[in-house]
Structure formats: C-alpha cells, structure tokens
Design a protein around this ligand. Structure first.
Ligand SMILES: Nc1ncnc2c1ncn2[C@@H]1O[C@H](COP(=O)(O)OP(=O)(O)OP(=O)(O)O)[C@@H](O)[C@H]1O
Ligand SMILES: [Mg+2]
Length: 318
C-alpha cells in the first residue's frame, strides 16, 4: 500500500506535533493495518456494531453540531466548511488519513484554536443552545466537552487520584479564600470530590493504582487514566483522540469495552478519532470521514466500509 500517499505530515514533520508514540508502542496501529480492517469482514468483526448498542437513537436529539466550521493556518485550509452532528448518547467516529484535520477539529471544538469561520453549538440538557466559538477551553470544559489527547497528557509526577481530582476541579466552587482558610464547606467539597474521583477509579478498574504516580502506570492504564480524568469533569460529550494508539490487541479490546461502558454508565456522547478501523467499525453508531479538511462521507459503519470515496482516500489513488 502506498503509505506515503496517505501520510501528510505538517511542516514540523508530524501532523500538529501529535503523532509521536513511545518507541515500544509504535507498531501498534499502522494505517495500512487500518485499511485492511476497513475493507475486511473478518470473523473478528462479526460482532455487530453499534446499532445493537442503542436501537432507540433519536436523530433529532443533537448534542453537538458544527456548521460550516473552517480553520485556516496561513495558507493551509486545515478544516473546510465542516458540518458535523453528534447525537446524544451516541458513539460517533471521525476517521481519515494522517493530516486530514481530525485533531484540528477537536482543537476547534474545545477552544484551543479559535475557528476561522463557522459555528460550534452545544445543546444543553435543558435544550438551550450554547455557541462555543470564541470561548476559552476551561469554559468549554465546564459547559460539558471533555477530551483526551493523541499523545497522552498526564501529570506524571502526581498520583492517579490527584490526576482525576484535577479533572474534577472545574466543578468545585471553593475559591482561593476557601483553599487558604480551609473552612468546613471547602473541606466537605474536597471530600466529595475525592469520593467522586475514587468511585470513577473503581468503576473503570484503576482503584488498585490510586496512589501510584501516573508515570509508573503501564501504558494502557495511562490511556485509561486520561479517559477517567476527562470523565471527572462531568462531560456531556467525551472527545477521544486516537485512544487506541500504541495499544496491543488485548488492550484495544479492553478499550472498546471501556468506551461502551462509559457511554452507558455516564450517559455521555462519545466522539472518537481513531485509525484502528476494527475498533471504529464495532463501536460506532455513525462514522464521518475527513480528507484534506473536508468531510467526504458519513453514515453507519457498514455503509462507510463500502463507500468508494473512503477506500480511495485511504489508498491515495487518483
Ligand atoms: N498549529 C498549526 N499550525 C499550522 N498547521 C497546523 C497546525 N495544526 C495543524 N496543522 C496542519 O493542519 C493539518 C491537519 O493536521 P491534524 O493534526 O489536524 O491532522 P490529523 O487528521 O489529526 O492527522 P493524524 O491522523 O496524523 O493525527 C496538517 O497539515 C497539519 O500540519
Ligand atoms: Mg491527529
């Protein structure tokens, strides 16, 4: 497969500086392997994808939407008029070749980059619509968008519990004064946050490592911790940027179970960027395909798998 044709790194040699993995983990999910998975219907994929997760998805219940979203870096159009919709409590995936604009899309949703044009609209649980464009990342987190990063970003020298507590911090009310005085209300709030964080660690299987430093966790558990920390913010939508990158087959299977459990337990919508097509095709309700910043296809996994434009984008054919 002409891998070079699908690998379009940015000026610094890596798309958005996000593509490097620890050396020991680099062979995990090659894009050529992903293409095979995209095209194949091997027995490992006989497991029915997403429709089975929730037959009652209601297309009118959109939790997150972008309209005409564009992002231009100098002369480079990284996102080109992207119209995207995430249904409440669905798993929606965004796939596409290296450099397609997927991480940039997340960065625009979460306020890291202010989009050049277009809108990002979050619909709150009460039905009110909130325009996210121009809001700072911490405000967007508080409004209900939480994310993980393509390269794991943990506080390595803090414990597992402390990492999760940092995620929870955005929901805490005590200000500087409370922190200094450590009054009863502040202490009660801290206890509640610690209980909440610990419960998440129990629910997602990291309680045994609660006092370990993040840097000492096995790689797969570090990825898991990043997801738990994002959940601690109490999101409506959880954005996962290549959570399977660097994971082996059994870790990827565990990740799939984790994603499905998170959706059900937390009642969140999940927006997944992933090169592991086997994972994408088994967990997603809907898949969007991006190439050169544009959406070139969208639909349920089975349709996407058969879509010639998608296969062509991955093969890099003219
Ligand atoms: N801050 C930036 N400044 C300039 N160009 C950027 C910036 N961020 C991203 N780009 C460019 O935008 C394009 C899309 O990059 P992006 O990281 O979004 O791709 P991606 O789909 O996430 O790729 P990958 O699958 O390799 O992670 C690339 O050409 C990249 O070099
Ligand atoms: Mg990326």
């Amino acid at each position: 497969m002409p891998e070079a044709a699908i690998d379009r790194p940015g000026p610094d040699g890596s798309a958005n500086g996000e593509s490097s993995l620890p050396e020991s983990r680099q062979s995990g999910n090659s894009q050529s392997g992903s293409l095979q998975a995209l095209l194949s219907k091997s027995p490992q994929e006989a497991r029915q994808p997403a429709e089975a997760l929730s037959p009652q998805l209601d297309a009118s219940r959109i939790v997150l939407e972008t309209c005409n979203l564009s992002m231009v870096f100098g002369g480079l159009v990284a996102l080109d008029q992207v119209d995207f919709r995430v249904e409440r409590q669905s798993i929606t995936s965004l796939i596409g070749p290296n450099g397609a604009g997927k991480t940039t899309f997340f960065n625009c949703l979460t306020g890291i980059y202010p989009p050049t044009r277009g809108e990002v609209i979050l619909t709150a649980a009460d039905g009110s619509e909130i325009r996210l464009k121009g809001l700072p990342p911490d405000r967007i987190t508080k409004l209900g968008l939480a994310r993980t990063f393509q390269n794991i970003r943990l506080f390595n020298n803090l414990t597992v519990l402390e990492n999760v507590l940092i995620g929870r911090h955005c929901r805490m009310k005590a200000g500087l004064l409370g922190a200094l005085l450590r009054d009863r209300r502040t202490r009660a709030e801290e206890r509640e946050a610690a209980d909440f964080a610990y419960e998440l660690l129990v629910a997602y299987g990291l309680d045994r490592s609660v006092n370990d430093l993040a840097k000492n966790l096995p790689y797969g558990d570090q990825r898991r911790l990043e997801i738990i920390r994002a959940l601690a913010t109490g999101p409506q939508v959880l954005l996962l940027d290549e959570p399977a990158a660097g994971l082996n087959i059994s870790e990827t299977r565990e990740l799939r179970e984790l994603i499905e459990t998170v959706r059900e337990r937390e009642k969140v919508s999940i927006l997944l960027i992933e090169h592991d097509m086997s994972l994408v095709m088994t967990v997603s309700h809907k898949v969007y395909v991006m190439d050169y910043g544009r959406l070139i296809a969208q639909g349920p996994p089975d349709e996407i798998r058969r879509e010639p434009k998608v296969v062509k984008a991955y093969l890099g054919e003219e």
